[in-house]
Structure formats: structure tokens, C-alpha cells
Design a protein around this ligand. Structure first.
Ligand code: URA
Length: 253
């Protein structure tokens, strides 16, 4: 047996029992591609052996993040899982980059958002745009959504059962986007996402672990509009810079 042969590497059926069938560790891009193709071939042979003769190329398994988000939004269009459905005009799903490394999460749509079907398009939304721009982030670069997708009547805070009813849909959305950084706006979103009752004043200013991402709580822009003092603005600015630092460190590619 020549030292460089497949048999010598333990890859043929003739390899003796004493030689374990351990595949070589791929090092270069060609070897990695060859390994991936071999695995794909094995998977296809497996399905052919099970009697499958056609592949569903229109199936969800081949969809990219943008298509999956569109499908999720469509699924929610007639949602009646909580009482918020009674007063809403539109389910406000989210907007922005389906592969964003940073996702902004507010509490729930207001009147403008309910009318337009888009998150953060009213006064608070205009301030949010400026807050993002202050750390050189555009709305198109990030993804913006809310903890609940339907407007609470009279702009009250969403209640615990309403947040719980919407939580699986937010989780599914985040599962598709897979952000590295989550910026949570205000106490309602921050407490719901972190499952805590700690006030926003205590939660903000630090980086919280959030699955494979990190979560940075900050003041809600609507709160900043109601409380125009320099102190809150300065703290929000610190939080945004913190989010930007985490974003730069953790970004893909
Ligand atoms: N406030 C929120 O929390 N979300 C919006 O989309 C608008 C205002």
C-alpha cells in the first residue's frame, strides 16, 4: 500500500479493523468543498434509497431569510391569539435587513404604525432613526420590530399574556435573522426579553447575554421625547455607543 493512498488513510472498505475509519481533517477550501459534496451525495443516496424521486425545490428548506420572514408575516396576518387583534388595523411585523447583525426591539406599534403597517414610523420612530444615525447605523442596515405586533388600545403597555402570546413569533423572527446584537427599547421590551422585573434604569448601561447574541437595553425614544432632560439623552447615547461597539466586534464578515 502506498503511503498516500485512500487505503492508507483508512477510507476504503479494505482498511483493517485495527485502523479506525477516521476521515482526514479537511484543511484547504477544495477539501472542505469535497467533504460537503460527499455529505450531500450521501444524503441524496439516502433519500433515493427511501424511494424519493423528486426534490421539492420550492420547499421552505431552500428559502432564504427574506422569504422566510415574508412567510412568517403572512402567517400572522389574521392572528387572533390575543385580545390585541380586536383593536388593530394591521399586524406590524417588522422592517429592515433580514440578515441584520443588529435588531431593534420596541414594545408595540402605536397609531401611526398600526395605520401604515410598519414599525417606528411616528414621532418616536423619527427619534429612533436619529439615534441609530448618531452611531452611523441606518434603518436599512438593521432590522426593527416590536415585542407585540398589534397596537395596544390607547397606546397602553402590552400586558404579560399579550407579550407571552407574541413571544414565539418574535423568537421565530430572531431565529431567522440571527442577530449578533439586540437593542431593546424601554422597560417593557427589555424586561420581557430578559425575563426580569428590574427597572430600565438598572438594566441599561450594560451588555446582557441573550442566546448567541448580546442584548443592550436603553430608554425608549417615546420616553426620551417625554423627558427631554440632558441626563437621559446622555445615557441613551452611551447605550448606543455600547451597542455600536458590540456590533463592530461581533459582526459577520
Ligand atoms: N413604539 C414602539 O414601541 N414601537 C413602535 O413601533 C412605535 C412606537
Amino acid at each position: 500500500m502506498s503511503p498516500g493512498s485512500a487505503e492508507a488513510a483508512g477510507l476504503t472498505e479494505n482498511a483493517s479493523a485495527a485502523e479506525p475509519l477516521s476521515p482526514p481533517i479537511p484543511t484547504g477550501p477544495e477539501e472542505i468543498l469535497a467533504g460537503a459534496l460527499a455529505a450531500l451525495g450521501a444524503t441524496l443516496r439516502h433519500y433515493r434509497a427511501m424511494g424519493l424521486s423528486e426534490l421539492p425545490f420550492d420547499g421552505a428548506w431552500l428559502q432564504g431569510p427574506a422569504e422566510v420572514l415574508v412567510a412568517q408575516e403572512r402567517e400572522l396576518r389574521d392572528c387572533r391569539r390575543c385580545r390585541l387583534c380586536d383593536g388593530r388595523t394591521t399586524v406590524v411585523f417588522g422592517s429592515g435587513n433580514p440578515q441584520a447583525d443588529l435588531v431593534v426591539i420596541g414594545e408595540g406599534p402605536g397609531a401611526d404604525e398600526d395605520a401604515q403597517g410598519l414599525p417606528f414610523v411616528g414621532r418616536a420612530g423619527q427619534l429612533l432613526t436619529k439615534m441609530l444615525e448618531s452611531v452611523q447605523l441606518s434603518r436599512d442596515e438593521v432590522y426593527i420590530t416590536n415585542a407585540v405586533k398589534c397596537r395596544p388600545p390607547g397606546n397602553r403597555n402590552p400586558e404579560a399574556d399579550e407579550l407571552a402570546a407574541c413571544a414565539p413569533f418574535l423568537a421565530a423572527q430572531l431565529g431567522v435573522i440571527q442577530p449578533r446584537v439586540v437593542l431593546a427599547l424601554g422597560s417593557v421590551a427589555s424586561q420581557a426579553l430578559l425575563r426580569t422585573k428590574e427597572p430600565i434604569g438598572k438594566l441599561r448601561g450594560r451588555v446582557h447575554a441573550y442566546g448567541s447574541a448580546v442584548l443592550i437595553p436603553t430608554f425608549h425614544p417615546a420616553f426620551l421625547l417625554r423627558n427631554p432632560g440632558q441626563d437621559y439623552k446622555r445615557m441613551a447615547w452611551e447605550d448606543l455607543k455600547l451597542a455600536r461597539r458590540e456590533y463592530d466586534q461581533r459582526r459577520r464578515g
